[in-house]
Write a protein that binds this ligand. Sequence first.
Ligand code: EPU
Length: 419
Amino acid sequence: MDKILVRGGRPLSGSVKISGSKNSALPILAATLLTKEPCVISRVPDLSDIHYMLTILSQLGCEVERASGTVTIKAEKIVTEAPYEIVRKMRASVCVLGPLLGREKEATVSLPGGCIIGDRPIDLHLRGFEALGAAVLVHAGNVKVLAPELRGTTISLRGKFGSTVLGTDNVMMAAVLAEGTTVIDGAAEEPEVVDLANFLIAMGAKIEGAGTRRILIEGVKELHGAEHEVIPDRIEAGTFLAAAAICGEGVTLHRVHPADLKAVTDPLIQAGFVIESNGNQMTLRPGATRKPLKIDAYPYPGFPPDMQAQMCALLATTDGISVVTDNVFPQRFMHVAELKRMGANIELQGQTAVIHGVERLSGAPVMASDLRASAALVLAGLQAEGTTEINRVYHIDRGYESIDEKLNMLGADIERVKV
Ligand code: EPU
């Protein structure tokens, strides 16, 4: 298990290339199960979560070839049961349920286990499959969905925390091969859902309204192979913006979609940073002042919950009182205890962190608890006095391609140590 040492206090400057989106690539790779023909997906990031997904696809019978960022998958002959040993490692494995159900009319996947960022049910996914005519059986830790046929219908995927991203993906992937028309109400509007819909459309699916709350899908008999380039990772981009805000002297991100990042750049501008966008690139510079913020994380187009922890790291050293509320994952505040060990003054009130900015954090040994919490600790380490030692960094490798190398190119001093 590797650990990361961050020696704080080095200013960041220069430019960095943003990788393809993890949360787009995962369901898009799963969607290749919908056709027997080969699909070619480019800008697939090199991450352990992607590796798990490719292993699951191989075990389901797909031929998988990977050459740097391009993955070719041919799902000619497949089985419909995903093995527990791999599935348990990644919650996003559930997104093979939709395409398997769509194509083979049955699928068995282990139920995702406990998750460090809180209770993460899949009831909305299952509700959607049932509405399409599938029976859902939960037995011996597995969920099995099967249907003699799938019939289009109107489905609401609104849950108590708003829309569901992978639930929308899953139901959309099953519905593309259903009889008739499916309407998903309360659909997730995230850019990653739009990216998946665009790939499905390239495969021959008929989908309208992706990116809005109402998606309309007209079922087709079969899909064909297609090529697709994954969109840039807006959360990786947001994380680098937060790093640049914490200790940057001017950092430019290449290969970003600025429009997808508005919910992150708006508060950063409000906090006093100067952000300029030009086509697919964006530069953040320090402004004359730095102000505290009130942030409420909500589903897209709201402030992304996947950026909440990184903003806590930034606001920990922003003078004044900031308030950060997570309305999607109320329990995702594991980073707060670790930031406090580094000297942050943060009070947790339910799903809200009240942050009293301190002048500087101090390096300490800390424990990464989940992907975004680990990113927050790296960011905190960049500005801290002394060395921050982050243990359990496998979390960060799930979702950030070479974050240490990319930050070092910008001037950080980060060392990865084999333990
Ligand atoms: N929810 C339910 N029932 C369901 C599904 C979700 O109650 O059937 C609840 C969840 O517990 C949560 C809320 O609805 O409170 C939203 O969850 P959602 O289903 O949207 O999350 P997800 O699709 O499982 C994806 C990303 C997460 C990201 C969330 C929210 C992928 C692979 N994962 O998860 O990414 O936080 O959307 O934007 O796309 C990450 O990258 O670090 C990460 C956790």
